[in-house]
Design a protein around this ligand. Structure first.
Ligand code: NAD
Ligand code: DAU
Length: 340
């Protein structure tokens, strides 16, 4: 089988490429990525030169390029990770999120339809459900929870999901969607909470925590997400949405303090800064459908996954230190300069 993975030079897509190239030597994996600020070919070094893998640089919203690629390659399966993924950036500059996340998805859907792709899988997010109140721990997102977005990022992802479902209903395109909670693990770009805290704590720098640090995220180790997507594209029912999450809810302050304790760094590094506008309070996934229908079970608890992640960042300093120079420094100054 020939599988197109888009966004495979990013965090989750990169981990998925590693997983697929290793697990399915008989399949051919094509990784299409535009290499935006978030794309990094260093992430793909472990699979470079493998006979069942190759990389193509390009934009999922570039229709003539995508049509030509699909005609040439004849993909059986498409897994779309490519996206603008950072909520804070979407608040600053929403337009790129519409172009890549909405238009890019629609271009891929058209190409999948025209060239007879057997399965189109959309990697979506729990953020499409909006948020849950902090004082109702009994509530969880199910696949029936109405879409109710907060940020330009989540709005663009929800729009894309609606297009995917429309292509199933209107044209019969065989689609599936996964909606996962917050991922963490190797190759996570250091603009996101966990790698940002690890890299800054190691340098004894101030750690920005939004608001009071009370917001809750439901953390999943990235390889558990990759296994879920693999199951869904092979065994999931066409036209269906599957939630992915492992019941690892933590407040942001708990996450930061856990990292500091493992690194033996002082809590005095923490700085409470101005809150994110529209900040979602709590995410919490009910993954029962995925467990019941496809037998998925996460392998990592948060305690195990966070230790493994920290070890990876300690052993791969060159990967993230390359990123933390140049353009990233300007980004940090722009986003945090007047908040700390
Ligand atoms: P990321 O930002 O690390 O990677 C995104 C990748 O997409 C980058 O390599 C980038 O170069 C590429 N890309 C961006 N625009 C492109 C375009 N127009 N054409 C081709 N490639 C393009 O993101 P991530 O955290 O790995 O997230 C991957 C997917 O998973 C996204 O769709 C995101 O919405 C979803 N998701 C992420 C999380 C999470 O916690 N990170 C959780 C659930 C779902
Ligand atoms: O839930 C899935 C989503 O998780 C994905 O769809 C997104 O692509 C991904 O970026 C992530 O979104 P979040 O906004 O939850 O992740 P982020 O790492 O940006 O922030 C996690 C929490 O930490 C959030 O409540 C905001 C807070 N935060 C974040 C940063 C960057 C801080 O307190 N300080 C920070 O400096």
């Amino acid at each position: 089988m020939k599988i197109l993975v888009t966004g495979g030079a990013g965090f989750i897509g990169g981990n998925f490429v590693h997983y697929m190239v290793e697990k399915y030597p008989e399949d051919e994996i094509v990784n299409l990525d535009l290499l935006t600020y978030a794309g990094n070919l260093e992430t793909l070094k472990p699979v470079e030169g493998r006979s069942n893998y190759h990389f193509v640089r390009g934009d999922i919203s570039d229709r003539p390029f995508i049509m030509e690629l699909f005609e040439k390659e004849g993909f059986d399966i498409v897994v779309n990770f490519a996206a603008e993924s950072h909520v804070d950036r979407s608040i600053e500059e929403p337009e790129a999120f519409v172009k890549t996340n909405v238009l890019g998805t629609q271009v891929l859907l058209d190409a999948s339809r025209k060239y007879g792709v057997k399965r189109y899988h959309q990697v979506s997010t729990d953020e499409v459900y909006g948020d849950l109140p902090l004082d109702r721990p009994d509530l969880f997102f199910t696949e029936e929870t109405p879409l109710h977005t907060s940020s330009p990022y989540s709005s663009s992802k929800a729009s894309a999901d609606l297009f995917v479902l429309a292509y199933y209903r209107t044209y019969g395109l065989p689609v599936t969607i996964s909606r996962c909670s917050n991922n963490y693990g190797p190759y996570h770009f250091p603009e996101k909470l966990i790698p940002l805290i690890i890299s800054r704590a190691l340098a004894d720098e101030e750690l920005p925590v939004y608001g009071k640090g009370e917001n809750i995220r439901d953390w999943l180790y990235v390889s558990d997400h990759c296994e879920a997507i693999d199951l869904i594209i092979r065994k999931g029912r066409v036209g269906e949405v599957y939630n992915v999450g492992g019941h690892n809810e933590r407040t942001n302050l708990q996450v930061v303090k856990t990292i500091l304790a493992i690194l033996e760094k002082p809590e005095s590094l923490i700085r409470f800064v101005a809150d994110r506008p529209g900040h979602d309070r709590r995410y919490a996934i009910n993954p029962e459908k995925l467990e019941r229908e496809l037998g998925w079970k996460p392998k990592y608890t948060f305690e195990l996954g966070i230790r493994q992640t920290i070890r990876w960042y300690l052993e791969h300093k060159e990967w993230w230190q390359h990123i933390l120079s140049g353009e990233y420094e300007q980004y940090f100054e722009k986003m945090y300069g007047n908040r700390m």
